[in-house]
Structure formats: structure tokens, C-alpha cells
Design a protein around this ligand. Structure first.
Ligand SMILES: Nc1ncnc2c1ncn2[C@@H]1O[C@H](COP(=O)(O)OP(=O)(O)OP(=O)(O)O)[C@@H](O)[C@H]1O
Ligand SMILES: N[C@@H](CCO)C(=O)O
Length: 357
């Protein structure tokens, strides 16, 4: 018997200025997995310890760097976590996964969020567990422990999300080290450990409207910045006035992006932030200047500008003038010794999907 299905997960941009760890928008750039499970191939030689033959298209981001062993690759490690939580040790014999990934790694466009979402959906489909998207979010949140990219990638569109308060027992289950959640490369040995099941309904979210005239320009520097490093630089405590500054803007921004026509006088200042961008400037050459100098008065059509996720990508929201806006930001990066590419994207309204073939 042969089963074939395709999993598609969008990239995402998190924070959108003031919504650190809260806001995310799915973007029209898709990680795709072609999965075939052919039990007649069970006898084929396969070096993988978990029956999974993994490959990437040559034009994929990370083609030459991502590991192909199923207990080392983020997508398949995540799927193994889901399987093992549900008492299944390995992929079914004859599993082949071919990945096409246009999402640049470590740039602030939610590559890891998309990989984790794809991995959870893969585990759910392979074992036919029948989980809802809401339950699959719980599994995702055990791995990527902030909800903004994950929620936008799974649910699609423009989302606001938070993590619910957990009971002390749930906190214990959720806050165990990541190494006890995801399988580690183990020299071929399966340790037999059953990871903890995620608590139920950890993440709560709403989907906002989005004015479809608003397009997303991603200006992508050609260097990687790991989310862990970019989070590590943030302070542990903030002055009240900085938190109030962000909360005020967050409340206005989520509605301002739905209004027609979009109002740059409202959106541009509502996308300012004092919680993460000012601290991340030391990791991203030219960031402060780019965020303050490219404005709607110099570039008609520009609505707002911010760091995408943990960076280094810049997200500019605009209704026109896309090429000129991008070129201005690219030129400013170049003056700081950073080459860039750019993409014009739209919100991915539907989120992750599975197509049986
Ligand atoms: N398609 C993929 N296949 C395998 N591993 C991936 C894939 N996408 C991402 N990863 C892993 O995730 C890492 C990047 O994650 P990281 O959280 O640092 O950046 P990001 O998700 O691109 O940025 P952000 O969270 O700011 O949007 C990569 O270095 C790689 O290890
Ligand atoms: N909210 C996260 C998004 C990146 O994953 C951050 O800015 O660190």
C-alpha cells in the first residue's frame, strides 16, 4: 500500500513592531513536504535509524547545511517527538520525505516555526492521530516556546496570541529541557524514552482582519542571526513607560491594519517599539538608521517599518512603491557592509495545509 500527501506551511513575520512575542502574520512563501509511505519499499537499504529517507530540493534554503538524519533534522525530530508521545517509536517502513524550502534560515521569517509546524503535522499524518490544529499547536509550543510565528504558520493570516496560565504540574511538563522533548542524535540507539505529552490548549489566539491592499516587503540581509542569540541580548526587566509605549501602539495597530484606506499617519507611529528593536541594533548593522530614516513622507505608499521577528530581515508594509522602498533599505544596509535581497509577499490567509494525493 502506498500513501502520498503534501504538507504546506507558510513563512511568517513576528512582532510587527510593538507586538513582541504576540503578533505574527503568515506570509506567501511556503515550506513544502512531499511525503510517500510505501510499505513495499520496507526492504530497501536505508541508513536512517528511524526508517525515514529525507531529501531537499537543490534550490532549497539550507540545502547544503541542514542535516538529513531524521533525529537531527528539525522537521523530522519534531515528527518523532509527536510519534513517541503517542507510543510509536519510528516512521513507518518505506517513508520518504522530499522538502522544498524557500524560507531563508535564521533571518526572521519564521523558518524554524514553519519547520516545527510541518514536523507536528507530519507526525499527526504519518500516525493518523487525527489531532485538530489547536492540539497540534500544543505540540509546537513545547518546542518553539513563544507563540507568534507558530500560530501564524499553523492558523494563517494576522494573529495575536498568548500562552495561558499553566498549573504547577503543567509548568513542570512544559518547562522540561528541550533535549528531553526532541530526540537527540544517538548513534543509532533509540533510548526508548517517552517524552511528556503537552498540556492541552496552551496557546490562545485571535485572527485579525488585514486590509488586502497592504503588502509585505521583506528586505533580507545575507547573514544569519539565530533567534536564540537575538533573544539573549534582551533585558530581563523593562521601565514601565517602555511597556506602556508598546501596549498603546499594539492596541491601535491591530485595528489600524484593517482600516480602508490604510492610514500611514496612524500605522507608521503605531509600529514603533521599545521592547526589542533598540536592543537588537548591536546585532544588525544600520538597523537604527533604517528604522528611523525610511518614512511615509519620503516614500509615498510606505505605511510602516519594523524588524521581522528576531531579525535581521526588515519588514516594510506598503501599498505601492515597493521597488523604491526596498532599494532605499538595501542601499542603507550596503553602506553598513551588508548585502541583501528582497521579496514582495502577501499574507498567507489559510495557514498550514495537508493535501492527500
Ligand atoms: N526547513 C528546515 N529544515 C531543517 N531545519 C530548519 C528548517 N528551517 C529552519 N530550520 C532550523 O532552524 C534554524 C533557524 O531557526 P531560528 O529560530 O534561529 O531562525 P528563524 O526561525 O528563521 O527566525 P525567526 O524565528 O526570527 O523568524 C536553522 O538554522 C535550522 O537549524
Ligand atoms: N518574538 C520572537 C520572534 C522570533 O522567533 C522574537 O522576536 O524573538
Amino acid at each position: 500500500m502506498v500513501r502520498t500527501f503534501k504538507i504546506k506551511v507558510p513563512a511568517s513575520s513576528a512582532n510587527i513592531g510593538p507586538g513582541y512575542d504576540v503578533l505574527g502574520v503568515g506570509l506567501s512563501l511556503f515550506l513544502e513536504l512531499e511525503v510517500t509511505i510505501d510499505s513495499s519499499l520496507a526492504h530497501e537499504t536505508n541508513d536512517d535509524p528511524n526508517n525515514c529517507k529525507l531529501s531537499y530540493t537543490e534550490d532549497s534554503e539550507g540545502y547544503s547545511s541542514v542535516p538529513l538524519r531524521s533525529d537531527a533534522n528539525l522537521i523530522t525530530r519534531t515528527a518523532l517527538y509527536v510519534l513517541r508521545c503517542n507510543n510509536i517509536r519510528n516512521f513507518p517502513s518505506g517513508t520518504k520525505i522530499h522538502v522544498s524550502n524557500p524560507i531563508p534560515l535564521g533571518r526572521g521569517l519564521g523558518s524554524s516555526g514553519a519547520a516545527v509546524v510541518a514536523g507536528v503535522i507530519l507526525g499527526n499524518e504519518v500516525a493518523q492521530l487525527g489531532f485538530s490544529k489547536q492540539r497540534m499547536l500544543d505540540y509546537c509550543l513545547m518546542i518553539e516556546r513563544h507563540p507568534d510565528n507558530i500560530t501564524a504558520a499553523m492558523m494563517g493570516g494576522f494573529c495575536g496570541s498568548f500562552l495561558r496560565d499553566l498549573t504547577p504540574q503543567e509548568v513542570e511538563r512544559r518547562e522540561i529541557p528541550l533535549s528531553e522533548v526532541l530526540p537527540e542524535p544517538s548513534g543509532g540507539e533509540d533510548t526508548g524514552l517517552v517524552p511528556p505529552l503537552p498540556p492541552t490548549d496552551i496557546g490562545r489566539h485571535v485572527k485579525y482582519q488585514w486590509n488586502p491592499a497592504i503588502k509585505c516587503i521583506a528586505i533580507i540581509p545575507q547573514f544569519e542571526l539565530s533567534t536564540a542569540d537575538s533573544r539573549g541580548i534582551l533585558p530581563k526587566a523593562y521601565p514601565t513607560q517602555d511597556l506602556v509605549f508598546n501596549l498603546q501602539r499594539l492596541a491601535v495597530l491591530t485595528t489600524a491594519l484593517t482600516m480602508d484606506p490604510p492610514n500611514a499617519d496612524l500605522i507608521y507611529p503605531a509600529m514603533q517599539d521599545r521592547v526589542h528593536q533598540p536592543y537588537r541594533k548591536t546585532l544588525i548593522p544600520g538597523l537604527t538608521e533604517i528604522l528611523s530614516c525610511v518614512t511615509p513622507s519620503t516614500y509615498p505608499g510606505l505605511l510602516g517599518i519594523c524588524l521581522s521577528g528576531a531579525g535581521p530581515t526588515i519588514l516594510a508594509l506598503a501599498t505601492e512603491n515597493f521597488e523604491d522602498i526596498s532599494q532605499e533599505i538595501i542601499n542603507r544596509f550596503v553602506k553598513n557592509g551588508v548585502e541583501c535581497s528582497w521579496k514582495l509577499l502577501e499574507p498567507a490567509y489559510d495557514g498550514a495545509s495537508v493535501e492527500q494525493q
